[in-house]
Design a protein around this ligand. Sequence first.
Ligand code: NI
Length: 181
Amino acid sequence: MKAAEQARITADSDGIPDQDGIGGRFILTDHLGGTLTERDMRGGYHLLYFGYTYCPDVCPTTLQVLSLALDELGEKAKLIQPYFITIDPERDNVKVMRNYVEYFDPRLIGVTGSKPMIERVATQFKVKYEKVEEEVADPDLYVMDHSASLYLLGPDGRFIKKYVYGITAEQLAQGLLEVLP
Ligand code: NI
């Protein structure tokens, strides 16, 4: 048996997505308080975005691009489940995430979790984030720096491709169409 084949089988038996080393096991919480693991991201396509609800510009912009791209896909949008995973779980609890996704786009599943688990899943997807240390009048009004790509996972739960920040809704819709059946 070829080494690559063996590695693939080992990865399969672990249930760990292995393409480009992106993905892995996690246990998080969705915006309704339910448990969400990597096993829920199988069957159909899953589009993951990492950010935070207090984000002043990058997150609202990207999520709007995501919404518009899904609108453009029409019926095919039903093949894709989008997720908004917070990198600021201290402020973005279940209730905050629920209010945000219900307001922003009910197709989104909001995701939060413990600080260590969020760190873990961010590392799995090579997402970088950091609290900006600056003097603010209200300590609860801090800003987070974060990478802002979208990650597409296929029906087997494996990472397919990444769409970088700055993409337009048309480009994203086109990119998704290239992958969707
Ligand atoms: Ni943001």
